[in-house]
Design a binder for this molecule. Sequence first.
Ligand code: F6P
Length: 548
Amino acid sequence: MGLLDQPAFLALQERKAQERALSLNERFAVDANRFSAFCVPFGEHMQVDFSRQHLSVEVKAQLCALARDMDLGTAINGLFGDNCFNHTEGRAALHTALRMPADACVNLKGTNVVPFVHHELARVKAFCKRVHSGEWCGFSGKSITDVVNIGIGGSDLGPAMVTEALACYHDQGIRAHFVSNMDGAQLAQVLQQVDAERTLFIVSSKTFSTDETMTNARAAREWFLAACGDAAQVNKHFVAVSTNAKAVQAFGIGAEQMFEFWDWVGGRFSLWSAIGLPIALTLGFERFEQLLAGAHAMDEHLRDAPFEQNIPVLMALLSIWNINVLGLRSEGVFPYCQDLKRFPAFLQQLNMESNGKGVNNQGEKVSYNTGPVIFGEVGTNGQHAFFQLLHQGSQAVPGDFIGFARSAYGYPEHHRKLLGNMLAQAEAMAFGKNYDDVAKELAAEGLNAAEVAKLAPYKVMDGNRPSTTILCDELTPYNLGALIAMYEHKTFVQGVLWNINSFDQWGVELGKKLAARLIDDLADETETTAHDSATNGLIAQIKLWGGS
Ligand code: F6P
């Protein structure tokens, strides 16, 4: 039975009008304990407040019933065993094994994969130790000071986001740089900042065939060879993280310099593997382990907590409520934390590449909305950009506010103001400002009745815009690991309830194929006529302006 036919879903739809009629203002007015009723703790360091969502006790109960009726518990258990199958790519999805303790057991076709995970983690640890101690050095004997990660998508966003997020823990004397884009500007800008003698390139690619990554990696190698002049030294300056040993070797990186991960790890779920090498190099391996421990704790929470207290499950169920019942189509993410500035981009890949699907697991077109448009920006920058629409636009956009009680950077005045702003935005979205209050305020400013009547409508804020607040004590490696895993699991649970495969990404393939042909056409000096008139016209103009 599909989502739309589930009795619990039908019951939710029946409640829609009555729930809509009750504003957040009214919900809080009638229930003084609403915050404690809808705020869910995760251990001692994190809590997630759902009280500003359009949730009632009855809606929450129906959503949890829906999850039970759709056998979510079995799907969750499958994620921790060999039962979560990415059927369109013929491989398992076992990223939770990447953060399991060494004595755990996850059987994939009869083989426990956890020892492979820990074997590779031990290699990462040993490598970090050699780099940090200076034992691993560049061709001229100088220690490594800069690492340049060359990768894209999951081979970039996770390590880049985490490395930046934990910037205040960078104490290993290593600077990390990230090159992902096919635009040579990015590589050029990074190469300007580093010294070939002291730079380590990490070529990160699950397939080791992604055009952006291979083009950047080849250009980086040429740059290195121009500086060093000795191809035999490449192995001191280039390591690889991949599942494709053959292609790594063909590129000229030896087996000793390759860190392995496995086809049962999706790219966007891979930062916990050796793909996290830039994280371990900049923060130290112990902190990387704390990141893994935080994620593992969230895994256990997903597996063991009852749905009513299960944060990722509730987050996903709320999406079903907001998207499939209330008709909302986007989700915002607003970290009130400068170091999390790449978090929205990371979440975009995690969720939109996973759940941007229109065909269900039986190969049929789905008849309901699936993955929302995700966007976001750090607070308070977002406030001065798109929050106007969140407060007064014609569509409601639910958002996640993410804040940390303490800042590692000092500046207590900044931090108090930052958190004050976060709380204010969530409050304004929920409760708005009614006409009477606006009118009173304008009158107090000295406006006459006619002026008040003219201006007041523009200043009224309807409120009643849902949001969730995720509050942590501090941005530590452990908390960040838990936070990321929380969103991974939200994404997974959404996919289960929408009956779609969250682990493939066929939608990005067509563009890659078309690009290959268009790249040839751009290089061809004769006129291009093989495409539609728009493509042909644009190619002609590019050539006219001296491009390609
Ligand atoms: O964008 C498609 C994609 O396949 C992502 O899923 C993946 O993270 C990215 O490309 C990079 O792939 P690879 O790690 O194989 O270079």
